[in-house]
Design a protein around this ligand. Structure first.
Ligand code: SF4
Ligand code: SF4
Length: 354
């Protein structure tokens, strides 16, 4: 049974959230994965423009200070996105992080976009997977000695939910690695629902959509399955075609997650924030309503255990499997089951409330 430490929260008061994060740091003894003069990548999502659900910089300020006191060299990090937005290249990404308060002046640690200016800074990492024998991992995460993965639990339009596993999988991959994970997603337009508003055209990074005969039409040769059109359509006129595509995506995610932590045994820790949980992820360019009361923060050394515990706590809080209700075609169990099968971690856990 893998240990998962849980600090419940009733408020998102900054001092209280930061204190709970520090309580987890102490109880889970996170210090033990850090060492003097080593590089510590602190993986986070800075939040897309207009997103308000992301982890707040001031929540982790004391944590980063504690990291520095061990003598390790921490830096905040993320990788560039596949979709068209404010985090598609390192310059816009850094400016967006700064806009959300993630600055060296505020936090005392630098930010490094781990896959480089144009997302070409990565290595092929060998793994023993079902879909992949190598995965592409951003070099500045790969070359760090230790990794602390800070994840905000949300629902997800393609994978049902996203937390620690997804943060490792998509979050540590360059754009080309993200693209390979998405390759089975085939969006389809329901012509009767389409209002020809053109919003999906604006967001498609591959210019794969045109309005034809009064409705959106997708060029399947150009489309690489990022799912942005599905997320951007306000009329539910685009769906991905098969439930299988979600399963494949999730299994590929689990394998990428495995690659992201290769050679880091005993040097990776996960912290999940069950705060302002939303239907869609923090890549969405808008403020979203929360779908649950705030629950708390969890820490673990096992990405599968912490995600399973996070989902169980969400189910307890909402008294239903709310993510399955919201995303009925994306059974999120696929990523947990495959992750367990390939040895990423265990779904069995012991919850230690602090
Ligand atoms: S965003 Fe939706 S409604 Fe608008 S053109 Fe695209 S598919 Fe049609
Ligand atoms: S058409 Fe394809 S490439 Fe364009 S937004 Fe949709 S999924 Fe992404």
């Amino acid at each position: 049974m893998k240990k998962v430490w849980f600090a419940p929260l009733n408020t998102l008061n900054t001092d209280e959230v930061a204190a709970k994060v520090m309580a987890l740091y102490e109880k889970a003894e996170i210090k033990k994965i850090l060492a003097k003069d080593e590089y510590t990548a602190v993986k986070i999502h800075f939040g897309e423009k207009n997103n308000t659900g992301h982890i707040r910089p001031d929540w982790i300020k004391p944590l980063l200070k504690a990291f520095k006191e061990t003598g390790t060299k921490p830096f905040l990090t993320d990788t560039n996105t596949l979709y068209r937005g404010e985090r598609q290249n390192s310059i816009d990404h850094l400016l967006q992080a700064y806009e959300h308060g993630f600055s060296i002046e505020n936090l005392g640690v630098p930010i490094i976009i781990a896959d480089g200016l144009l997302s070409k800074n990565y290595s092929e990492v060998p793994i023993k997977g079902q879909h992949f024998q190598t995965v592409k991992i951003a070099n500045d995460i790969l070359h760090s000695h230790s990794l602390v993965v800070l994840s905000h639990l949300t629902g997800h339009i393609l994978s049902g939910f996203g937390a620690a596993i997804k943060n490792l999988a998509m979050g540590c991959a360059p754009r080309s690695g993200k693209q390979i994970q998405h390759a089975d997603i085939r969006p389809q337009v329901t012509v009767e629902k389409c209002r020809a508003c053109g919003l999906c055209i604006k967001w498609c990074p591959k210019d794969a959509i045109v309005i034809y005969d009064g409705a959106a039409k997708i060029d399947t040769e150009k489309c690489y399955g990022c799912g942005e059109c599905i997320a951007s359509c306000r009329h539910q006129a685009i769906k991905h075609s098969y439930a299988d595509s979600s399963v494949n995506l999730q299994e590929k995610m689990a394998e990428y997650a495995l690659g992201a932590i290769q050679d880091k045994e005993g040097k990776v820790c996960y912290i999940n924030f069950l705060t302002h949980i939303t239907k869609e992820c923090d890549c969405v360019n808008k403020a979203q309503d929360k779908i649950s009361e705030d629950i708390g923060i969890l820490a673990s050394y096992d990405p599968v255990a912490i995600d399973q515990a996070s989902l169980d706590l969400l189910q307890d809080k909402t008294q239903e499997d709310i993510l399955k209700r919201i995303w009925p075609n994306n059974d999120y169990n696929a990523q947990l089951a495959h992750a367990e099968k390939i040895g990423l971690g265990s779904r069995k856990y012991e919850l230690i409330e602090i």
